[in-house]
Write a protein that binds this ligand. Structure first.
Ligand SMILES: *Cc1c(COP(=O)(O)O)cnc(C)c1O
Length: 326
């Protein structure tokens, strides 16, 4: 990163950024790519480029774009989100067709379908490719474009033995994040047809995402593409081991498909926040979404760390049991 060749990204003359965008676009089976500082900004500019104010954007009720972006799509693009119930973030072509029924003078027009791969709040779940293709085809049948939030797309390709382009080609826009399992400090790339990327570039500039010597960041992303994709399999193995260890201690751990373990801590008698506090006293950090605890494995976590984490959970449980009435 320190020795990256740089230019002015805003003027499209940063060679390292251009190299990254070309490479990601090709990997995803699209014409062009756009470098953005964050994944959240990828969703923000993509929704803006696909829609007009008053349109409906259809997404699963527990998607990141709905739950975790402080209403950015509504605030910036003036769209309303129409929420689909899902099974771990996944739904079928029939539900898609139903949700994308044409608007009229009363009902807002659905103008974009958003998918997420892997699905974060669904549990790090992977869409099966035939289901993903069928859903994209159902949307296209209704002339509605499809946008994929691929923050953790490579966790899906590694877990399912597929190629990134398998997920890029069926949809109209897709992005990948470099700051999740890929381990870079900054950056995400949005890919799509050239005219779409030009429209997205206007929004990127408008919301302050155009940068200068961004090649230093893009160099970290290129390093991640070269060195950090195949090793995601280690994160998946670590997550599976963590789930097995925690289940053996008597806590519910949902089926693990990739690098996330969602844990039900009700058997401890503790609220999730309290459980995490006690775990932190053993130098193990997890996070929570309401009463569900989430552990995510990544390139800073070794197989040895997983054993440490299991031991720490065991210690929290043992201490809870030894308390009066605990
Ligand atoms: C993390 C995440 C984002 C946002 O990415 P940032 O780079 O943190 O802005 C969007 N979607 C999903 C599914 C994510 O996990």
């Amino acid at each position: 990163m320190a020795t990256a060749e740089v230019g002015d990204e805003q003027q499209r003359t940063d060679p390292t950024v251009n190299r990254l965008c070309d490479r990601v676009a090709e990997m995803l089976g699209h014409e062009a790519g756009l470098f953005l500082p964050t994944g959240t900004m990828c969703n923000l500019v993509a929704v803006a480029a696909h829609t007009s104010p008053g349109d409906a954007v259809v997404a699963s009720a527990d998607s990141h774009i709905v739950r975790s972006e402080t209403g950015g799509a509504a605030a910036y693009s003036g769209v309303i989100t129409d929420l689909l119930q899902s099974d771990g973030g996944r739904f079928g072509p029939e539900a898609t067709a139903e949700a994308l029924a044409p608007g009229n003078a009363y009902r807002p027009w659905p103008r974009l379908l958003c998918l997420e791969q892997t699905h974060n709040f669904g549990g790090g779940t992977v869409w099966p490719l035939p289901q993903y293709r069928a859903v994209a085809a159902a949307a296209h049948e209704k002339s509605v474009p499809v946008h994929t939030d691929g923050a953790r797309l490579f966790n899906a390709t590694v877990a399912s033995g597929t190629e990134a382009a398998d997920w890029g080609r069926p949809v109209d826009s897709i992005w990948i994040d470099f700051t999740k399992g890929l381990g870079a400090p900054i950056g995400a790339v949005l890919a799509g047809p050239s005219d779409f990327i030009e429209a997205a570039r206007v929004h990127k500039h408008r919301c302050g995402g155009a940068m200068r010597q961004a090649g230093i960041a893009a160099a970290g992303c290129l390093h991640a593409l070269d060195h950090h994709i195949d090793r995601l399999a280690d994160d998946h193995a670590n997550a599976a081991r963590l789930a097995a260890g925690i289940s053996a201690l008597g806590l519910g751990a949902e089926d693990v498909e990739t690098n996330m373990v969602w844990i039900d801590v009700t058997a401890t008698g503790l609220r999730a926040a309290e459980f995490l506090e006690r775990l932190a006293a053993h130098d193990v950090r997890m996070s929570r979404v309401e009463e569900r605890v989430r552990a995510v494995t990544h390139l800073d976590i070794s197989a040895g760390d997983i054993e440490t984490a299991i031991d720490a959970v065991g210690a929290v449980l043992a201490a809870g049991r030894s308390e009066p009435g605990g």
